[in-house]
Each structure stands twice: as structure tokens, then as C-alpha cells.
Design a protein around this ligand. Structure first.
Ligand SMILES: Nc1ncnc2c1ncn2[C@@H]1O[C@H](COP(=O)(O)OP(=O)(O)OP(=O)(O)O)[C@@H](O)[C@H]1O
Length: 207
């Protein structure tokens, strides 16, 4: 579904990725590992068309998307959850979900609340009054409201309380069982044991 080939990326003059290649096939969970600064976030941003200048091949469903703006990639089915979550903190949980919805809002909401039951009890709460883990669940739920066909998740379990880490892992494994392809960056090996493949980045290179 997603193929990255010989991808290099630069932040200004600084090169962050060096000819990286990887693939995510239908229904696959691929975990991207590596230390802080290894280039994991840069790779996900490059796939979404955010931030870094790139060279190389990025193709989705056998079509080159490297020149596409981010909104076109999102519309084509790429769902991205950034490390900083980017919620509307002044809005409630429900408003955050509804603002993102495409298609049948009620049906989408029911689906994401089945994946993240904890959110169902806090629909009227402002996002600013949620814990980090709850915000992470909301960020994932909001992205799911857009009906993505492949998920790019940046450190979904980083810095989150153990109970919520379990809830997030279980939701991602449920999505995997539904056949959702995912590329997940993580340092802490929460999902790596369930991955079809792990890819390790080291100083911007696979290895
Ligand atoms: N906006 C930016 N401007 C300049 N350099 C950047 C920028 N974002 C990342 N970098 C640099 O690019 C390299 C890769 O960083 P990146 O954030 O992709 O790594 P990472 O593996 O995701 O680590 P982390 O888990 O800390 O986010 C690092 O050397 C980093 O300092």
C-alpha cells in the first residue's frame, strides 16, 4: 500500500534521512524504531508531505504522491497522528471528533467510541482537561473519524500512564485485526512484539 524508496530528507541544510526504503503492505503493522533524533518523525512527516524537503520515491496504492500537498494525501486515505497530537484544546472531546468527521458522523463516532470506550464517558470535557494518554486516544479517534485507509502514528504510547498504554495498544491491535495497515514510530517496544516487521532507523539510515 505504501512504499518509500531511497527517501532522503532535509530540515533546511541538515540531512535527516539518507536513502531510506520501506514498505507497508495491506493489513500490515510495521514498527519504526530508533533513538531520539534517528529520523522517525521526519519519515512520517515526509510521507504526509509536511515539513522536510525530500528526494526519492513515496508511493501510495501504486501512485507517486511525493508532489502532493498534505490535504490531498489525507483525502487519499493517509491518516496521521503527530507526536504533539494537535488537538483543539478549547473544544470538547465530541467537538474534536465531529470537526474531523467525514461521512456519517454518528456511525463514525460509534465506531471510534467502541475502539476507545474511555472517551465515551468524557464527550463533553474540554480536551485541555484530559491527561496525556486521554489526549492521545482522542487524537487517534479524531484521525479515525476521517476514515483513513492507512495510519501513520508517531510515538502513540510515549510518556503515557501504563493503564492507558494498554488501552491504546488494544485499540491498535483491534484495528490491525480489522485489516488497517499501520506504520508506527516508537522507542518503547509496546507494539513491536505485535508487528509484522520492525524497521530500525539509526542516524537517518536503516540498519
Ligand atoms: N524542524 C526541524 N528543523 C531542523 N532539524 C530538525 C527538525 N526536525 C527534526 N530535525 C532534526 O532531524 C533529525 C531527525 O529528527 P526526528 O525528529 O525525525 O527524529 P525522531 O527519530 O523522530 O526522534 P524523536 O523521537 O526525538 O522525535 C534530528 O537530528 C533532528 O534534530
Amino acid at each position: 500500500m505504501l512504499e518509500v524508496r531511497a527517501l532522503s530528507a532535509w530540515h533546511g541544510a541538515a540531512q535527516a534521512l539518507f536513502e531510506v526504503s520501506l514498505q507497508v503492505g495491506a493489513g500490515e503493522l510495521v514498527v519504526l524504531q530508533g533513538l531520539n533524533g534517528a529520523g522517525k518523525s521526519t519519515l512520517l512527516q515526509a510521507v504526509m508531505g509536511l515539513g522536510p524537503r525530500v528526494s526519492g520515491v513515496i508511493s501510495y496504492q501504486n501512485e507517486s504522491i511525493a508532489g502532493w500537498p498534505p490535504h490531498r494525501r489525507a483525502r487519499a486515505g493517509l491518516g496521521y497522528v503527530a507526536e504533539d497530537r494537535r488537538l483543539f484544546t478549547g473544544l470538547t472531546v465530541r467537538e474534536n471528533l465531529h470537526i474531523a468527521a467525514r461521512g456519517d458522523v454518528r456511525a463514525q463516532e460509534a465506531r471510534v467510541l467502541a475502539l476507545f470506550p474511555a472517551l465515551g464517558g468524557m464527550l463533553q470535557r474540554p480536551a485541555s482537561q484530559m491527561s496525556g494518554g486521554e489526549q492521545q486516544m482522542l487524537a487517534m479517534a479524531r484521525t479515525l473519524m476521517t476514515g483513513p485507509r492507512l495510519l501513520l502514528l508517531d510515538e502513540p504510547c510515549e510518556g503515557i500512564a501504563p493503564l492507558l498504554v494498554e488501552a491504546i495498544r488494544d485499540a491498535l491491535l483491534a484495528l490491525k485485526r480489522e485489516g488497517m495497515p499501520m506504520l508506527v514510530a516508537e522507542q518503547n517496544r509496546i507494539l513491536a512484539d505485535h508487528a509484522d516487521r520492525t524497521v530500525t532507523l539509526s542516524a537517518g539510515r536503516i540498519g
